[in-house]
Design a protein around this ligand. Structure first.
Ligand code: HEC
Ligand code: HEC
Length: 284
């Protein structure tokens, strides 16, 4: 018996030891870069990569150029807060001289199906991408849109670490809006429409109200009416722009005192939505 115990102890030790050294030697730089990536920064970059809340170098001379034509550079503008592009909430966000067409890709699904390395490679592509040198002052959706509608060349704008942060956001930070509300999309871009219903779905309104009281009420008031949000209360804003609120709550309202609840889960968001869906508690 003793010998068997001793042998098995040696055996277990040997396995632990070899797998350990194996891991140390074979550590994949891409895995390490992904593990070290900052999902919160990724979500902020997705909104506006040059925002002061992000780790973008505020002294970078490119900042003035991108800020002057912001909608041609913000990921959210071309891909949507929901990541569903022109098949999601932006189904009717037509281009203007000041903003490009919405992409037809489903970025949310891409984040779920592609590997981190594949996403990093996609984001780092340079061919078929628009250079920062492109003159966007002549953009016209009817006659001159080819370059303006292109995905920007991110290698001219972001560091590898920032691109990894975006990958992490795409894989782990982008919420599946189908879990938060029902949406019916009618017609096609840019003349389609969206109707939101069942906000919060089967979430728990009591938990959501508690979450609201602890994390939101100090600024927005007990019933969400203290701050005026594009002419709306917090309740109405959520019921109207359910596609957008989840990102703002998760990553903050950039440029304001509202910081992101970076670790909020989809289940907590669903509960919060369920509470805010109630028009008696959170009036219009
Ligand atoms: C001006 C609009 C625009 C902006 C801004 C933009 N994209 Fe894109 N993006 C596109 C278009 C159009 C495509 C499809 C082009 C293609 O597949 O090469 C695309 C493709 C992608 C792809 C798939 C790439 C591939 O090779 O399959 C990813 C991932 C992506 N964008 C993420 C982002 C992120 C993250 C940002 C912000 C840093 C961003 N995009 C900013 C328009 C834009
Ligand atoms: C520290 C104060 C503060 C806290 C805490 C806070 N907010 Fe805000 N929130 C703001 C301010 C300020 C704005 C910007 C108002 C403006 O644009 O004038 C804002 C904006 C918003 C918007 C509108 C976003 C937009 O796109 O215009 C929503 C929705 C919102 N908050 C919901 C919430 C919810 C839900 C919580 C809790 C999870 C929360 N806020 C926590 C201060 C706060």
């Amino acid at each position: 018996m003793k010998t068997i115990k001793l042998l098995s102890a040696i055996f277990i030790f040997a396995i632990a030891f070899t797998s350990c050294t194996f891991d140390d030697k074979e550590i994949d730089p891409a895995v390490e870069a992904f593990n070290n990536a900052d999902q919160a920064n990724g979500g902020i970059l997705y909104d506006k990569f040059w925002a002061e809340e992000s780790d973008f170098d505020q002294a970078n001379p490119v900042k003035a150029t991108v800020n002057a034509k912001a909608d041609f550079f913000r990921c959210k503008q071309c891909h949507g807060w929901d990541g569903l592009g022109n098949k999601g909430a932006y189904i009717n966000r037509a281009p203007k001289t000041s903003r490009p067409n919405i992409s037809g890709l489903n970025l949310f699904e891409m984040g779920q199906t592609k590997s981190a390395q594949e996403l990093f490679d996609d984001l780092s592509k340079t061919s078929g991408r628009r250079s920062i040198a492109t003159d966007l002052s002549t953009y016209d959706p009817a006659t001159n849109n080819t370059e303006g509608d292109k995905m920007p060349n991110l290698t001219e704008l972001l560091t590898d670490a920032q691109i990894w942060d975006l990958v992490k956001f795409m894989k782990e930070g982008m919420m599946d809006v189908r879990e938060l509300y029902d949406a019916t999309y009618t017609g096609t871009y840019p003349t389609g429409s969206m109707a939101i219903s069942n906000v919060g779905k089967n979430g728990n309104a009591t938990n959501g109200k508690n979450y609201y009281n602890s994390n939101c009420a100090s600024c927005h008031g007990a019933t969400g009416t203290t701050l005026v949000l594009e002419g709306m209360t917090a309740g109405k804003f959520t019921r109207t722009k359910a596609n957008e609120v989840q990102h703002k709550v998760h990553y903050g309202q950039l440029g304001s005192s509202m910081k992101g609840a970076f670790s909020i889960t989809t289940a907590q968001m669903k509960d919060l939505y369920k509470a805010l869906a109630n028009e008696t508690d959170f009036p219009n």
